[in-house]
Design a protein around this ligand. Structure first.
Ligand code: ADP
Ligand code: MG
Length: 246
């Protein structure tokens, strides 16, 4: 079995009196589609922020490619290939698709001048690779949610992501758009990119994920291969309640 790409061990995080994470561990392997499931408030977004260097944990260890990382910061996380797509996508709405995609590469490469021809070609290429038709000259704010999401994924690919974390990515999507997103997720996987799919939607996690980690009240309550779970066992893990099958 391959070494985990990233491993979080025994992580705890408190906000005042709230124990958002209590001794949780999760590991993501290269190229896997991993679901992090849990009800609202179970700590999913908090662990993502720890993984991406936004929050420092009170306790615990982060190991990337087998090496412990002390004080992971957001730039380091990106350099190590960890990219998070937040629910608001963090795009510049009043810039075009090409500008959004170029800006990121420009910042990452520390260039002093923008090569627009090259930037536009890279934007076209990455969108074509994702099999989507998006006008690179459209302002991002004019795109539907699914379009913004694709631009955010494209940006992560251009930043050489090895793990793309998607925090509740299907919230504002139609069923058709969810199908399209899942095609993209499978395509990312075929290119060796791992996806951490954060969700509380049963059908979707069963459909797309290979491995599962379940949080409840800031604690890890289940993990394993998706094929060892079903709706009842996941519901039980997420809520602590038995599922009534009437
Ligand atoms: P989820 O993403 O699973 O819905 P979160 O990780 O956002 O859960 O939140 C876990 C718990 O931590 C919740 O009780 C939430 O209110 C609390 N929490 C999260 N972020 C903060 C914060 N910045 N300040 C205070 N409490 C927070
Ligand atoms: Mg959340």
């Amino acid at each position: 079995m391959s070494e985990p790409l990233i491993e979080l061990r025994n992580i705890s995080k408190r906000f005042g009196g709230v124990r958002a994470l209590d001794d949780v561990s999760i590991s993501i392997r290269p190229g896997e589609i991993h679901c992090l499931a849990g009800e609202n408030g179970s700590g999913k977004s908090t662990i993502i922020k720890v993984m991406s260097g936004i929050y420092q944990p009170d306790e615990g260890e982060i190991i990337i490619d087998g090496t412990p990382v002390t004080q992971l910061d957001p730039i380091q996380a990106v350099q190590k290939g960890v990219q998070v797509i937040y629910q608001d996508f963090s795009l510049f709405g009043n810039l075009t698709v090409a500008e959004n995609l170029a800006l990121n590469t420009y910042i990452l490469e520390g260039r002093s001048r923008m090569d627009w021809r090259r930037a536009r070609q890279m934007a076209r290429d990455v969108l074509e690779r994702l099999g989507v038709r998006i006008d690179i000259d459209a302002d991002v704010e004019t795109l539907p949610t699914s379009g913004k999401q694709i631009v955010a994924i494209a940006r992560a690919i251009l930043a050489e992501a090895r793990l793309i974390v998607m925090d509740e990515p299907t919230t504002a999507l139609t069923r058709h758009e969810v199908d399209a997103l899942f095609d993209i997720v499978r395509d990312l996987q075929s290119h060796g990119i791992a996806v951490l799919f954060v969700s509380h939607k049963m059908r979707e996690m069963l459909e797309i994920s290979e491995r599962l980690t379940v949080f409840r009240n800031g604690r890890k309550v289940a993990e394993g291969d998706m094929r060892d779970f079903d709706e009842a066992s996941i519901t039980h893990a997420m809520t602590g309640l038995e599922l009534n099958d009437e």
